[in-house]
Design a protein around this ligand. Structure first.
Ligand code: 5GP
Ligand code: ZN
Length: 111
């Protein structure tokens, strides 16, 4: 996906404040944080949104989920955190490369 912002970040073509990376995922700070801690977890593989997830992605999705509490601990969020996946225009998605938001720091307001 040559015109995808997050593919470019994953490829190192656009700089980002990366806090974790491995063969499957990249984790970096949101450029416009909505909380003291606001990370984005993306698969290296281009998947446009959660609406495009299929059985072949089961392992990857489980992997990203399991990474969340570990990242939260590393960010000092032992008391809790929030995860969000905006899906589609109606769900407020702006970047069409699947990403999980990890938010925390101060106590987050009710949803
Ligand atoms: P969405 O609304 O698609 O769920 O969230 C997209 C997020 O990506 C937003 O929170 C926005 O601040 C963040 N974002 C957009 N462009 C960039 C960028 O170039 N770098 C980083 N680090 N975050 C970005
Ligand atoms: Zn992409």
């Amino acid at each position: 996906m040559s015109d995808c912002l997050f593919c470019k970040i994953a490829a190192g073509e656009i700089p980002a404040d990366v806090v974790y990376e491995d063969e499957q995922v990249l984790v970096f700070k949101d450029i416009n944080p909505k909380a003291e801690v606001h990370l984005l977890i993306i698969p290296r593989q281009h998947i446009a949104s959660l609406a495009d997830i299929a059985e072949e992605h089961d392992e990857l999705m489980a992997y990203m989920m399991r990474l969340l509490p570990r990242l939260a601990r590393e960010q000092g969020l032992e008391h809790g955190f929030r995860t969000i996946i905006n899906t589609g225009r109606g769900g407020g998605q702006e970047v069409f490369h699947l990403h999980l938001h990890l938010l925390g720091g101060s106590t987050l307001s009710g949803f």
